[in-house]
Design a protein around this ligand. Structure first.
Ligand code: MG
Length: 443
């Protein structure tokens, strides 16, 4: 069994997650990385303070110093790691429900370590081959502020005076989570008039579920619809992603938001884009407009981050609205997304709904299907049924016809099969959905 899932170790305290594992993760990371310091941050979950102390104890027992940077979003820790060149451990369960918690290991360049590093760290935990120090070399703990440097790093990517001169009115939903510490100061420094909801950190997430789906951010939507805001933004639990509403309170599809960002960045500099197969062909239209290429990867931000390095891409993203700008950090950063949205607004004289309307109207429908017992058989059936379409297997099966595609894949995080249908035409999507439902029900 592998300890690290697609995005770190996750479990429920004293059920599937023993606090001692925190101590072991601390020792393993301190043993594995050749660094005298290891940075530790944590989210607002009920067990995060406890688990953070376990991790710190492990680091110190391996003779390394622990830098405690307190409660903050994951990208704030990643920026600390990158600028100080030290590895880290983040205690978080991202957007999982409140009973979950977990650990994310961060490499010294601020990225998620590769699978190879992860399996070596896992090996140290399983074989208990930790370095344990002697009484005279025990590590120390020091506290440092990583919030101000994080906000300052974000602002380096945008034009603060231009943004400030516009005095934007913003509504922000911090999901009762760690972005309470970073997004309000960011909005303040960029001269906006902002209002916040769910900006009290609370491990029970009383305001809403930390995953920013349309269903979960109903309060924000009703508030935004009262009017008076240039745009509204909802963070996810650990702050690596942002979801936006236009000035009317309508949700901007993540697929369109990343396209807006790509179009904006490519106006300033040229370079290739990296997107998973689940993103619509809208991103290809943006790339064509600027004469650059789109490299397609399997679904999930680790694959995008890897390809950004491999192909020297300038921007990556996901259809859920995650933007990856490696010049800043080769991982998602919800705070950076907010700053980029303000920068885009400051460079245009139109409302955000107008900017979205100017994009080709590619629709992307995401459907959850039950887990298929025989996924390979289903793939073969679909290939036969849609034999006139071009097939690729970068992730699951993607069938392409001009501007439209069908993507079917096994989820990496839930026991479901995911179906994505994208086209300029709603009729095309509806017809394919009917056909595929019929095929699936026969399996
Ligand atoms: Mg997240």
């Amino acid at each position: 069994m592998s300890l690290f899932g697609t995005n770190g170790i996750r479990g429920v305290l004293n059920e599937s997650l023993d606090p001692e594992l925190g101590y072991k993760v601390g020792m393993a990371v301190a043993t594995y990385f050749d660094s005298s310091d290891v940075v530790v941050g944590y989210d607002n979950r009920t067990s995060s303070d406890l688990l953070k102390n376990m991790v710190i104890a492990g680091i110190m027992n391996s003779g390394k110093n622990a830098v405690d940077i307190g409660m903050l979003p994951t990208p704030a820790l990643q920026i600390y790691s990158k600028t100080n060149n030290i590895p880290g451990v983040m205690v978080t369960a991202s957007h999982n429900p409140s009973d979950f918690n977990g650990f994310k290991v961060i490499a010294r360049d601020g990225t998620n370590p590769g699978k190879q590093d992860e399996s070596k760290i896992e090996d140290i935990i399983v074989k208990e081959s930790f370095i344990k120090t002697s009484w005279d070399f025990v590590g120390k703990t020091r506290r440092e502020d990583a919030i101000k440097p994080y906000v300052d790093e974000i602002i380096k990517n945008v034009m603060p005076s231009k943004i400030r001169s516009r005095r934007f009115r913003i509504l922000v939903d911090c999901a009762n989570s760690t972005t309470f510490a970073t997004t309000p100061p960011l909005l303040n420094k960029l001269g906006t008039h902002y209002l916040s909801i769910n900006a009290n950190p609370d491990g029970f997430f009383p305001g809403r579920n930390p995953e920013p789906t349309e269903e979960n951010i109903k309060d924000l939507i009703s508030f935004a619809r009262l009017g008076g805001f240039d745009f509204s933004v909802a963070h996810d639990g650990d702050g690596d992603r942002s979801v936006f509403l236009d000035e009317k309170g309508n949700l901007i599809d993540g697929d369109k938001f990343v396209a807006l960002v790509a179009d904006y960045i490519l106006q300033k500099r040229k370079g290739n884009l990296v997107f998973p197969v689940a993103s619509s062909f809208l991103i290809d239209r943006i790339a064509e407009k600027h004469g650059v290429k789109v490299i397609r990867t399997p679904v999930g931000s680790p694959a995008v981050s890897d390809a950004l390095i491999k192909y020297n891409g300038i921007l990556g993203g996901e259809e859920n609205g995650k933007v990856i700008y490696p010049d800043h950090l080769n991982a998602g950063d919800g705070g950076l997304s907010v700053a980029l949205m303000l920068d885009i607004m400051a460079s245009n004289d139109t409302e955000v709904s107008e900017l979205v309307k100017q994009l080709p109207d590619y629709k992307l429908k995401r459907i959850k299907l039950p887990l298929m017992k025989n996924f390979e058989e289903l793939k073969d059936g679909l290939k036969q049924f849609y034999s006139k379409m071009d097939a690729d297997e970068i992730d699951g099966l993607r069938l392409v016809a001009k501007d439209s595609f069908i993507l079917i894949r096994k989820s990496g995080t839930e026991p479901v099969t995911r179906l994505y249908l994208s086209s300029l035409s709603n009729e095309w999507i509806e017809s394919r959905e009917r056909e595929i439902n019929k095929i699936v029900s026969q399996e």
